[in-house]
Design a protein around this ligand. Structure first.
Ligand SMILES: [Zn+2]
Length: 81
């Protein structure tokens, strides 16, 4: 399952772990990621803190290569017409 770390302020993607074997380190913990990239968001500059359980969200992952659902809806509508 992919894991995406985002800035809590601007939602900038800080790190994406897409699959096992992506690199030799495996999935970094939040504190390891902060040690790696620094403790400020590179996009908005807000100080990064360790997440609490309320900050963790589980949702379907959409890669940039996946067609958008809007395209599928458009095709369905044109078939009806
Ligand atoms: Zn940010």
């Amino acid at each position: 399952m992919p894991v995406v770390y985002r800035c809590g302020s601007c939602h900038h993607v800080l790190y994406e772990f897409l699959k096992v074997g992506q690199d030799s380190y495996g999935l970094p913990t939040p504190s390891e990621l902060i040690a790696k990239i620094g403790d400020h968001c590179p996009n908005c500059g807000k100080k990064l803190r360790l997440p609490t359980m309320e900050n963790i969200r589980i949702a379907p992952y959409r890669s940039k290569k996946t067609p958008t659902s809007g395209l599928i809806e458009y095709q369905t509508k044109s078939q009806v017409i």
